[in-house]
Design a protein around this ligand. Structure first.
Ligand SMILES: [Zn+2]
Length: 499
């Protein structure tokens, strides 16, 4: 997880979608675009750390199997292990009203067997291979993975291909599992006041885009869900041409390709169903919501509509603005002691106990820039709201220095380099890049691209996107906590995928 790109753990879990894999922190572009605006240049190269090349590091290779399924392989021979993932380009945003949450319910049911593998047997076999496994559902995708000794790859490929093509279970298994999913919703959303606020903030910011619905689904839809709803979603979207197999680790590309053709390539090809665009219309006025819930502290979150990063080469104006917004968020909250922390949470007159920002500019759907904070004792949510906006306005008026920008880029570079050490993180990056239609080396390109962002570009986006008309403000109004209420669940652990 790139801290610079994302929220603090708890907020990220809340706002990105409870089942977020956390890896969607996006990324961008090889060659820097020419800045012909006559603007101030980006930080000089000697302010920035070098981007270390990994000597002899292999590049990911991508193949199309006979049935249209994608295979992405990245050899990394530092340890005799491998990560095997299947990514399906279908998540909560592919659901329709009345069956919200079905992508995630299906993810659970994928562990409940096939024609030849009884319920629970999949996980027992993976464990017997010495592997670890899990799965994750997000707005944009669903994924399944195993971390295994590299020499057991063929076995997990066979198992995974089988459930991709032949997932099948009796209705009784569904009736048990849907209760597990509802309990998940109670623990991660309904018992977490900030999660309730975040759910309603998205439902208000978006009216047409399917991003308005929570990944876990509305409780009433879960109550009404049927086994056939889940089977239909599987039949509709678990199509070879709508999926990618990602393998990272101590593997030989030619062998992996042969195995993939053997196990996955035989699944019959089918057409990917057409998708309706469901584009969000332009918001034309401030929206404001309140959520009353038992809580110890208030909380306020501001969501501004902003452009999405759709390309990391042949950049459009929107791509450039999205990149500058990522840098803006990093300047605001991307490192310890960044602007929001200094301005809002320090000193005797501090307004907030915590403050954060997030440029959620990657995704198949529309984007939001979030500002959020928890009022300090004796301070109001309104004061925090004003203070958050004042920090953005300050950048719009005064700009940032090249040194400050260089500092966040240093942080970014460090976290990207650090992430290269994790096979799992590499596989997550490759899968999310494929889902979003971005080049496989997007993280590297993004590092280079962000270095070309100028202080002037930051100033421009701070001035352009933070008015009232495309803003939704959500405020949690704390209510007394009933000491006899059911225990609060622990917030989900951050970063790792959650099943
Ligand atoms: Zn789940």
């Amino acid at each position: 997880m790139k801290r610079i790109l994302t929220l603090s753990p708890s907020l990220a879990a809340l706002l990105r979608g409870v089942f977020c894999a956390g890896a969607l922190a996006l990324s961008g572009l090889g060659t820097a675009w020419a800045d012909d605006s006559g603007a101030a240049p980006p930080p000089p190269a000697d302010m920035l750390p070098p981007i270390p090349a990994i000597a002899g590091a292999a590049q990911a290779q991508q193949f199309t199997l006979a049935n249209g399924m994608q295979l992405i392989v990245l050899p990394d021979r530092r340890a005799p292990t491998a990560v095997h993932m299947v990514w399906v380009r279908a998540g909560a945003m592919d659901e329709v009203d009345g069956t919200s949450g079905v992508a995630h319910v299906l993810e659970h049911m994928m562990f409940k067997g096939t024609k030849t593998v009884p319920p629970g047997e999949f996980s027992r076999r993976v464990a017997a291979l010495g592997g670890q496994e899990n799965a994750f559902t997000d707005r944009d995708f669903t994924g399944y993975y195993q971390q295994i000794p590299a020499n057991r790859l063929a076995e997990v490929m066979r198992l995974e291909a089988d459930r991709f093509a032949h997932n099948a279970w009796p209705d009784a298994e569904f009736r048990k599992e849907i209760e597990v999913v509802k309990e998940e919703r109670r623990m991660r959303t309904e018992d977490q006041p900030r999660a309730v606020l975040s759910e309603q903030l998205f439902a208000t910011s978006f009216m047409v885009s399917p991003y308005r619905r929570p990944v876990v689904g509305w409780m009433t839809d879960l109550d009404a869900m049927t086994p056939d709803d889940v089977r239909a979603f599987h039949r509709q979207w678990y199509v070879p041409a709508n999926a990618a197999v990602v393998v990272v680790g101590d593997v030989d590309v030619t062998q992996v390709r042969a195995l993939a053709e053997k196990y996955y390539g035989r699944i019959p090809a089918r057409a990917v169903p057409p998708r309706k665009p469901r584009a969000e219309p332009v918001q034309v006025g401030l929206r404001r919501i309140e959520v009353k819930a038992p809580a110890e502290q208030a909380f306020v979150a501001l969501a501004f509509h902003v452009p999405t990063l759709r390309h990391v080469d042949a950049l459009t104006d929107e791509d450039r603005d999205a990149l500058a917004l990522m840098a803006l968020s990093a300047v605001l909250s991307g490192y310890d002691g960044a602007r929001l922390e200094r301005a809002l949470t320090q000193g005797a007159q501090r307004v907030a106990d915590s403050a954060d920002s997030a440029a959620m500019v990657s995704g198949r759907g529309p984007s939001l820039f979030l500002l959020m904070g928890v009022p300090a004792q004796g301070r109001s949510a309104q004061e925090v709201e004003q203070a958050l906006r004042a920090e953005v306005a300050r950048i719009a008026h005064e700009g940032v220095s090249a040194q400050e920008l260089a500092r966040v880029l240093t942080q970014w570079t460090a976290s990207t380099i650090y992430e290269r050490d994790s096979l799992f993180a590499r596989a997550m990056d490759l899968g999310s890049n494929w889902v979003l239609g971005l080049p496989l080396d997007t993280e590297d390109r993004l590092l280079a691209l962000l270095r070309s962002v100028t202080p002037q570009q930051l100033q421009q986006v701070a001035a352009r996107y933070f008015g009232d008309d495309q803003l939704t403000v959500g405020t949690l109004v704390p209510q007394p906590i009933d000491p006899n209420a059911r225990r609060k669940a622990q917030a989900p652990a951050m970063g790792g995928p959650i099943r």
